[in-house]
Design a protein around this ligand. Structure first.
Ligand SMILES: Cc1ncc(COP(=O)(O)O)c(C=O)c1O
Length: 404
C-alpha cells in the first residue's frame, strides 16, 4: 500500500497554493474525488507542510533553488508576446533538439508538463488488478498511488545494502508484474542502481512487463543513462524532467522516451494536451546551454559535500548521495525533528515508514544549508524538547552505508 494517505487530496485545494494549503483540508476531502488523482512531489511534501513564512528555508521538495538558467529566462520573456498562439512547432523543435543531442529517433520522444503525467499514465497503462506494480522501498511514492488507483497490487521491495534497487528480489517478488519502477538516483536516498542491474532486470523480467526508469535526478551525477536500452528497442520507458537540474519545476516540462508502441499505450491513458509555450521555449533554451548541466552538477556536489563534511564533524548519520537530496538519520522519530525544524523556519522533507528515524533533506544553496545546520544543532542538541526517546532505525543493521 502507498506509504502516505493521499486518498483525500483534491486538485482544487492544492491549487490554492502551498502556503495556504491546510493539512486539515487535505485530510477531509472525499476519496471519490481522487480516484485517479495524479500524485506529485509537491503534493507529497505539502501533506507534511504547514504555512511557510516568507523567510522560511524550503529544503523539502527537491527543488532547485537556482531556478531556470539565463537563456531559459530570456526565452520565456521572448515568447510571452506570442502566448496567445498554440505554436506546436515549438514542441516539435524541442523534441528534435533533445533527439539530436541523445541520438534518438524523434518518434521515441513525447513531451509532457513535467515527468509526473508520464509516470502516472505509464503506470495506469501497464498495471491492473492482474498486473502488479513493483517498486523499491524506500522509493518515490507517486507510482504507487497510480497503481492503487487502477487496483493493481503494489509490491515494495527493500533496497540492497548499498541502497540500490534489488532487481533480483524485485523479479522474484512479482511473477505477475506489469511494470517495474526504477528510480536512479533514487528518491529519497539519492543512491544509484548500476546500469548492469537494470539491464539484468530488462532481460529477466516476466514476459509482457515493462521497466520504467525514472531519471529525474540523473544530471546530478555521472552515472550512465538507460536511454541506450530504449535505443536498443527494449521494453523500457525512460522518464526525464526539467524540474531538477534545469530548475524548472514551476514551469513544467519533461519527456517520456520509449519505443513508439509503448508511448502509444501511455498516450491512450494520458490523452493529448498542449504544452505551455513558456515551458517549451525555456526547455529548448536550457538544452542548448551546454554549460548548464556540468555547472549545476558541480554546484550541487560542492554544497552537498560541504554539508556531508559538516555532518561528519558533528557526528550525524546520513546516507551518502549522488543527487540533490539525502536521508539524515535523526535517531529519533523523524516527524518530531521535522516539526522542531519547522519551528526554526527550516522546512525539511518527509519520512518513509520503512526508515522512521530518517528525514529527507534537499541540498539547497550554501546559505540555506548554513541555516539548516544552525537549526539542526539547536533541535538536536536539546534546546527543543522531544516527546520520546531516541529510536533505532528498523533497518539499521541492513543499512551498512549509513555514515555516522
Ligand atoms: C523521482 C521523481 N520522479 C518524478 C518527479 C516528478 O517531477 P515533475 O513532475 O516535476 O517532473 C519527481 C519530483 O520530485 C521525483 O522525485
Amino acid at each position: 500500500m502507498p506509504s502516505q494517505d493521499l486518498s483525500s487530496f483534491s486538485r482544487r485545494s492544492f491549487s490554492r497554493s502551498r502556503q495556504s494549503f491546510s493539512r486539515r483540508s487535505f485530510l477531509q476531502l472525499s476519496a471519490a474525488a481522487v480516484a485517479c488523482q495524479m500524485v506529485t512531489e509537491p503534493m507529497l511534501a505539502a501533506a507534511a507542510r504547514r504555512p511557510i513564512p516568507a523567510d522560511g528555508v524550503m529544503i523539502d521538495s527537491n527543488e532547485n533553488p537556482l531556478g531556470p538558467c539565463q537563456s531559459a529566462r530570456d526565452a520565456i520573456s521572448g515568447i510571452i508576446p506570442l502566448g496567445g498562439r498554440y505554436l506546436d512547432n515549438l514542441t516539435d523543435d524541442l523534441i528534435h533538439t533533445f533527439a539530436q543531442l541523445e541520438g534518438l529517433k524523434p518518434e521515441y520522444v513525447h513531451v509532457f508538463p513535467g515527468s509526473t503525467p508520464s509516470l502516472h499514465f505509464g503506470v495506469v497503462a501497464f498495471t491492473s488488478p492482474q498486473k502488479s506494480y513493483v517498486t523499491a522501498d524506500p522509493g518515490y511514492e507517486a507510482g504507487m498511488h497510480a497503481a492503487s488507483a487502477v487496483e493493481a497490487r503494489v509490491v515494495k521491495v527493500p533496497l540492497t545494502k548499498a541502497y540500490a534497487h534489488d532487481v533480483r528480489a524485485m523479479i522474484a517478488a512479482a511473477p505477475d508484474a506489469g511494470l517495474f519502477y526504477i528510480c536512479s538516483p533514487n528518491n529519497p536516498t539519492g543512491t544509484l542502481t548500476p546500469h548492469s542491474d537494470i539491464e539484468y532486470l530488462v532481460e529477466k523480467k516476466p514476459k509482457g512487463s515493462i521497466v520504467m526508469v525514472d531519471e529525474a535526478y540523473i544530471h546530478f551525477c555521472e552515472a550512465p543513462s538507460t536511454l541506450d536500452l530504449v535505443k536498443a528497442g527494449k521494453d523500457v520507458i525512460v522518464l526525464r524532467t526539467f524540474s531538477k537540474t534545469y530548475g524548472m519545476a514551476g514551469l513544467r516540462c519533461g519527456f517520456a522516451v520509449a519505443r513508439p508502441d509503448l508511448l502509444e499505450k501511455v498516450m491512450d491513458s494520458a490523452g493529448w494536451n498542449f504544452m505551455p509555450v513558456t515551458a517549451v521555449a525555456a526547455a529548448s533554451a536550457s538544452l542548448k546551454d551546454s554549460k548548464l548541466v556540468p555547472e549545476r552538477r558541480r554546484i550541487n556536489a560542492t554544497v552537498r559535500q560541504e554539508t556531508f563534511q559538516w555532518l561528519d564533524r558533528n557526528g550525524y548519520s546520513y546516507i551518502p548521495s549522488e543527487s540533490n537530496c539525502f536521508l539524515l538519520d535523526t535517531k529519533r522519530p523523524g516527524k518530531e525533528v521535522i516539526d522542531a525544524m519547522a519551528e526554526q523556519k527550516v522546512f525539511i522533507g518527509r519520512i518513509w515508514p520503512v526508515m522512521p528515524t530518517c528525514v529527507r533533506i534537499t541540498v539547497g544553496t550554501h546559505d540555506e544549508m548554513a541555516q539548516f545546520q544552525a537549526a539542526l544543532q539547536k533541535v538536536m542538541r536539546g534546546s527543543t524538547a522531544f516527546s520520546s526517546r531516541p529510536e533505532k532505525p528498523r533497518n539499521a543493521r541492513r543499512n551498512s552505508r549509513l555514515v555516522s
